[in-house]
Design a protein around this ligand. Structure first.
Ligand code: ADP
Ligand code: TYD
Length: 205
């Protein structure tokens, strides 16, 4: 099974992914966690270009293609082989991040974003996507506490950008049944329980 986690930065994705992994391993499942952009040698190199604060003038189209190039490599090199072996794949972000950040956030037309997804990932779409939703203000509070002022290139974007990204995610949720919106302002434990319930629901089908 292929599961992705989405949300604005600091929404709590990594925290929940670790907890879900523990739960699945306790239930004797094999699990691989991947992060986007990254997860392969080539993808990690692309990640460095994307997040480097020296690359401040990067055009939205270049950004979309770099994220997608990284993802195209990850799908073929890791995700498909894992899924073929029956391993659970959990990805910290996937193509919905490009729709939300480069599409809704930066303004690349959505039909073009979807065409690029088609080339990069084809049919390899997560069966279940957890969107951990928090207001941008709360994300900023967490950011201040955690990162001590060190931000990557994307994180340097302004508050309006993050508001567009968040509304973009909510828009995707209205269109895609696989997309589950979870209130990320709840406690870590409550969120974890909701995630496990959704997963059990799908597995029972
Ligand atoms: P992401 O991977 O989405 O950037 P993290 O899991 O790294 O987010 O969490 C960002 C910060 O918020 C961390 O300091 C984490 O401990 C904290 N955090 C995560 N989940 C919650 C929660 N439900 N309530 C309060 N703080 C949280
Ligand atoms: P990362 O450090 O992985 O952030 P996080 O821990 O919040 O997931 O950095 C990835 C950054 O790149 C993050 O700000 C979101 C952004 N991003 C896009 O803009 N488009 C994409 O397609 C992906 C995968 C990420």
């Amino acid at each position: 099974m292929f599961i992705s986690f989405e949300g604005i930065d600091f929404s709590g994705k990594s925290t929940q992914i670790e907890l879900l992994k523990d739960y699945l391993v306790e239930h004797n499942k094999k699990v691989e966690i991947l992060r986007e952009p990254g997860g392969t040698e080539i993808s990690e190199k692309i990640r460095n270009i994307l997040l480097d604060t020296k690359n401040l003038v990067m055009f939205a189209e270049a950004e979309l293609l770099l994220f997608s190039a990284s993802r195209a490599q990850l799908v073929r090199e890791k995700i498909l082989p894992y899924l073929e072996k029956g391993i659970y794949v959990i990805s910290d972000r996937f193509h919905d991040s490009s729709t939300a950040y480069q599409g809704y956030g930066r303004g690349v037309p959505l039909d073009i974003v979807n065409q690029v997804h088609n080339l990069a990932i084809g049919e390899t779409i997560p069966e279940l996507t957890f969107f951990i939703d928090i207001p941008v203000g709360i994300a900023n509070e967490r950011r201040k506490k955690k990162s001590k002022g060190k931000l990557d290139r994307i994180e340097l974007s302004d508050i309006e950008f993050y508001n567009r990204v968040r509304s973009g995610y909510l828009e995707i949720a209205r269109k895609e049944e696989r997309f589950k919106v979870i209130d990320g302002t709840q406690t870590i434990e409550t969120i974890q329980n909701q995630i496990i319930s959704e997963l059990e629901l799908i597995n029972r089908r």
